[in-house]
Design a protein around this ligand. Structure first.
Ligand code: TXA
Ligand code: MG
Length: 337
């Protein structure tokens, strides 16, 4: 099977893609759809057999729960057993957008979605495609990132096609993902909000809305039962080549560090934002602007592009320690683990 690719860049194409995606989803199939963070591998969240297919396509371990996507507040409330004030405040501040709220699960949510746990992760994406399909179908969409388990998340339709093109019937092309890293995951199911996965909506932005700071969760793993949170495997979002984060003041300092890895220059790629190593040759160096939003948007595409056969080492210029970069630092740490 080779996936059919549906473009969406005119209103008529968008509507046609919504129509076929909704048809496939109603039939219990799994399809890849765009969101503003990364592309998602979507199925009817109320159909356990369809959700099971997501796990099979990705090769995802059954103890890792899947986020449920909604197209409005009414459906979100229906998916949760309780809807605390904090959820209402955060939803009003950041939805539609790259924030997932973990809440006690509602009765219609199946065990497969939650990995048997008592909570469900809910998100209303700001990319218009999924919410339009959800309104057309009338059911929410369970969707993890549309990559094979432990691979880099896809930020465009071509990334999805390369990893999953022979495993799913349909990929909708909604353009380059505008946020570029996965959503912030915030657990509101306990007495205090807990940040399970940092993202572009950062802790201080959440604090400003709630009036209290979320605690952040360490990345140690339980030996059984559902994982406490996302990407929670220390190694995740990983390229095939070894990835390291380095800092350097000038090129000789970078070269001295590279020499320590004993990798030929042709097998090395550098992703830089501030200190550009001009003499390494433009084919070996990727530039991303020194701006957290632009960096997040471009990062996975650069990682995909660098991670070619023959490349052994990807060097990323370490991002600054500022709060806006927290989600990016988290993904890079995991990719380097
Ligand atoms: O931006 C995103 O969140 C993208 C797009 C497609 O929406 N989705 C995504 O899904 O990144 P995934 O499955 O790759 O990552 C979701 C993470 C998982 O690592 C999972 O552990 C966590 O969210 N998660 C989902 N439901 C949860 C729950 N009930 N409790 C705690 N963590 C949960
Ligand atoms: Mg993922």
């Amino acid at each position: 099977m080779a996936a059919e690719l549906y473009p969406t860049h005119t209103p008529a194409l968008f509507q046609a893609a919504v129509h076929v995606a909704a048809q496939r989803l109603r039939a219990g199939e799994v399809v890849a759809l765009p969101t503003e963070t990364v592309y998602g591998l979507a199925a009817n969240a109320w159909n356990p057999a369809a959700v099971a297919r997501i796990f099979a396509v990705k090769g995802r371990p059954a103890n890792n729960p899947v986020i449920v996507h909604v197209g409005g507040l009414e459906l979100a409330r229906r998916c949760a057993a309780v809807w605390p004030d904090a959820a209402e405040q955060l939803a009003r501040a950041f939805w539609p957008g790259p924030l997932t709220l973990v809440l006690p699960r509602g009765p219609e949510i199946s065990d497969l979605v939650t990995a048997g746990g008592p909570t469900v992760g809910l998100r209303w994406p700001s990319h218009p495609f999924m919410p339009t399909v959800i309104r057309e179908c009338g059911f929410p969409l369970a969707a993890p990132s549309a990559n094979l388990s432990n691979q880099i998340s896809p930020t465009n339709a071509e990334h999805v096609r390369l990893q999953l093109g022979d495993r799913i019937p349909l990929i909708v092309d909604g353009g380059q993902a505008q946020v570029g890293i996965e959503s912030t995951v915030l657990d509101l199911s306990g007495p205090h909000p807990r940040l399970l996965r940092p993202g572009m909506i950062h802790a201080e932005a959440i604090t400003a809305v709630l009036g209290v700071a979320p605690s952040s969760v360490s990345h140690s793993l339980p030996t059984e039962g559902p994982l406490p949170g996302p990407g929670m495997l220390p190694k995740h979002y990983a390229p095939r080549a070894r990835l390291v984060m380095l800092t350097w003041r000038d090129e000789s300092e970078l070269r001295a560090q590279l020499a320590g890895f004993h990798v030929p220059p042709s097998a090395c790629r550098v992703i830089a934002h501030t200190h550009i190593p001009a003499s390494l040759g433009s084919e070996n160096v990727s530039l991303i602007p020194h701006d957290a939003e632009a960096f997040a948007r471009a990062l996975y595409a650069e990682m995909h592009r660098c991670d070619q056969p023959g490349v052994e080492l990807i060097v990323v210029e370490a991002p600054p320690e500022m709060i806006e970069w927290a989600g990016i630092r988290d993904r890079l740490r995991r990719a380097a683990a």
